[in-house]
Design a protein around this ligand. Structure first.
Ligand SMILES: Cc1cc2nc3c(=O)[nH]c(=O)nc-3n(C[C@H](O)[C@H](O)[C@H](O)COP(=O)(O)OP(=O)(O)OC[C@H]3O[C@@H](n4cnc5c(N)ncnc54)[C@H](O)[C@@H]3O)c2cc1C
Length: 339
């Protein structure tokens, strides 16, 4: 196995890069870190490519920016750079966990966040994270930009909505609303350099706002979030939930505010990331509890479309989805509560 003869282009602008992609059309590919692409070329999974258009020398793609509403990740930001970024750490600990579960440190030094989405590999770890976080892909053809949801961008295995001479220049992640938690859990066959057998990301947003009245009888959701029991909320006076009771028992009942919004997305169990829409509809308005999460997980399982392959059987993957969904919901809840 060897990489076929290929000409490497190193344009300095996005317009130049797009012009090259246009000129060489279906015999060219964008090159970022190369950790997927070079392996695919070497193993003959992708053939007929004669030109690689590297993004390496293009300015403006190497940073993580915090805009008013979102975090914007450039196409050259590596997994390790993202993982070390303070803004990402602050807003998206689940993204840090996700990256920590991927490949190995040396690969993460080269592999890019954007490349993980642009490659549209069905076991992508970051894809479900971006889907539940409401992430958007920013595309450029050198002249104009357009944006679309990551869930619409990934069409199937190695297939995206990227036009032939478009580049995915940035990924945007909207800052999460208050009382939102995200989690990603993955099962893999060994600790490093292993793709997901199955993975699930979940986002939960709880109703109400933290600290909106403390023990002074504030809003309905305050009682469960570190107040002194909440005298004015639905939870009722004397409810121990707000006074440091065992929160791991879940089942917080009313007073905390139910689940206002949620999203569950899975990887490695279908050709593209799947959103467990029925499970999310089930969760809406419910008070979070172990039982509710268990039922949601059983519903989520039905959205998976797994196959049997070298990493696991179809049946095993169905079971994994159920277990992982429950775990991600638990962790997302803890994060939404600020625990
Ligand atoms: C040993 C090993 C372990 C791995 N482990 C994991 C893992 O645990 N989880 C996981 O999800 N992945 C894993 N991967 C896959 C890979 O590392 C990631 O998908 C990586 O993030 C891809 O980024 P890259 O910069 O290397 O992309 P590249 O290989 O450069 O590109 C990937 C694809 O996306 C296209 N592309 C890249 N950037 C753009 C862009 N800006 N615009 C348009 N198209 C673009 C390329 O043309 C190519 O088709 C592993 C890979 C290896 C080799």
């Amino acid at each position: 196995m060897h990489i076929p003869d290929i000409r490497l282009h190193e344009p300095r602008t996005i317009a130049e890069a797009c012009e090259l992609l246009n000129r060489y059309c279906d015999i060219s590919k964008v090159l970022a870190g190369g950790t997927d692409l070079l392996v695919d070329l070497k193993q003959g999974r992708i053939t007929g490519i004669e030109h690689l258009v590297s993004l390496r020398n293009i300015d403006g793609l190497e940073s993580v920016e915090e805009t008013g509403e979102a975090i914007r990740v450039g196409a050259l930001v590596t997994l390790n750079q993202a993982s070390g970024n303070e803004t990402i750490r602050k807003f998206f600990p689940a993204m840090i966990d996700t990256i920590g579960s991927m490949a190995a440190y040396t690969i993460r030094n080269v592999a890019t966040v954007v490349g993980n989405i642009a490659g549209a590999v069905p076991s992508s770890d970051l894809a479900p994270f971006f889907v539940v976080a409401g992430g958007e892909a920013e595309l450029s053809n050198g002249e104009s930009q357009r944006r679309m949801k990551v869930e619409d961008y990934i069409l199937g295995p190695r297939e995206t909505a990227c036009g032939e001479y478009e580049i995915l220049t940035h990924l945007l992640i909207p800052k999460p609303p208050p009382r939102t938690g995200i989690s990603y859990q993955k099962f893999m066959l060994r600790e490093a350099n292993a793709l997901a057998v199955a993975g699930v990301a979940a986002r939960l947003t709880l109703a109400g706002s933290i600290g909106g009245g403390g023990g002074a009888g504030g809003g309905r959701d305050v009682g469960g979030v570190g107040g002194t029991g909440g005298t004015g909320g639905d939870g009722g006076t004397g409810d121990k939930r707000g006074t440091g009771g065992d929160r791991s028992t879940r089942g917080t009942g009313d007073g905390e505010g139910g689940i206002m919004d949620s999203c569950i997305a899975m990887t490695a169990v279908a050709p593209r990331p799947v959103i467990a829409r029925e499970a999310c509809a089930f969760l809406e308005g419910k008070e979070p509890s172990k039982e509710v999460f268990r039922e949601a997980a059983a519903i989520a399982r039905e959205s998976a479309r797994p196959i049997t392959d070298i990493r696991g059987t179809k049946e095993y993957r169905f079971d994994l989805i159920e277990v992982l969904t429950e775990r991600t919901l638990e962790e997302a809840l803890s994060r939404a509560r600020g625990e």
